[in-house]
Design a protein around this ligand. Structure first.
Ligand code: BDR
Ligand code: CA
Length: 313
């Protein structure tokens, strides 16, 4: 089978960084057509820089990185330095990137790339707020049929919220964009907090990254060292949740994950529950299923895959 063509849309973020490293280490399964950065965990200038730092860490400075939208569609940007640190990639000391940022706007990159491909042949992998993807769909509705699938990290049902009591960060930052994407008709696979909170970097998993002894392995260990303090304090969990790598791991081995094909809608009106993913997990409505909502992961299989692939970089 040929490698699946993807666009990674991202707001790095340590967990975004690991997701990108996993994709770039897996050319047999994943062909990264380019990376679009979006404002999210930190402002756009930093996410566009961090995406290039990560490509260089992977030894792939030929990957094209584009800066997309600097603010959500209809709301003020909310960032997450309290989780990721002021650079978004706190933890390891990594050099500033030498590779250039592309001139084209990230949204135009998404549009042009999809237009250049046959219908149903490009997968979109959003790892941050959905602003770039929704803006591209609004600007060029003809591209929607070009998308094979959207595999995204966002939302929650059983875990409910991490940025508000009701909402997960990526969806909360741009609920209007999420609403457009979930109503687009494109097949969607959702990695909510319900599954990502099961992909925890325990001490032995972190030791395995560090023991690779490579730049990438040590950097990932240092990133998760930094990133874990937040979830340990908040949830008392065993380590950092690797939210975004669930997306790229799914592309490599979907059998690691299980979920339900259900209806998911986004709350865009109520300030109290803004950005909530109203997921009909129990099938209590007759609303049409629009997403495969993942609920569980073979965590040992996931970390085995990740460590094996990071060893290649
Ligand atoms: C999501 O928000 C960000 O902080 C992470 O990078 C992940 O994409 C988790 O809620
Ligand atoms: Ca992210």
């Amino acid at each position: 089978m040929s490698a699946r063509k993807i666009i990674i849309d991202t707001d790095p973020g340590q967990d975004d960084a690991v997701a990108i490293l996993l994709a770039l280490a897996s050319p047999e399964e994943i062909d990264v057509l380019g990376i679009s950065a979006v404002a999210g965990n930190v402002p756009l200038s930093l996410t566009a820089k961090n995406a290039r730092i990560v490509c260089e860490l992977a030894g792939k400075s030929d990957v094209k990185v584009f800066a997309g939208c600097e603010r959500p569609m209809g709301r003020v940007l909310v960032t997450a330095e309290h989780v990721h640190g002021e650079t978004g990639l706190n933890g390891p000391v990594l050099p500033d990137p030498e590779m250039p940022l592309q001139d084209m706007h990230g949204v135009d990159f998404i549009i042009e790339t999809l237009r250049a491909h046959e219908a149903g042949t490009v997968t979109l992998c959003p790892l941050g707020p959905l602003t770039n993807i929704a803006t591209a769909f609004e600007k060029a509705p003809d591209i929607i049929e070009k998308v094979q699938e959207i595999v995204l990290m966002g939302g929650a049902y059983f875990e409910v919220g991490n940025i508000t009591p009701a909402a997960e960060f990526n969806i909360y930052v741009d609920p209007q964009a999420a609403d457009i994407v979930f109503k687009s008709g494109v097949p969607i696979v959702v990695m909510p907090l319900d599954v990502t909170h099961k992909a925890l970097v325990t001490k032995s998993r972190n030791d395995a990254f560090r023991a690779l002894g490579t730049k990438a392995g040590v950097a990932v260990a240092e990133m998760t060292d930094f990133f874990e303090r937040f979830d340990r304090e908040k949830y008392g969990s065993e380590g950092a949740p690797l939210h975004d790598p669930c997306v790229t791991a799914y592309l490599i081995n979907p059998d690691l994950f299980t979920g339900r094909h259900i209806n998911v809608e986004i709350e865009t009106q109520s300030e109290l529950t803004m950005g909530m993913t109203v997921a009909d997990w129990w099938g209590v409505t007759d609303r049409k299923p629009n997403a495969l909502f993942i609920g569980d992961v073979d965590a040992d299989g996931f970390f085995g895959l990740l460590t094996e692939r990071l060893a290649r970089l």
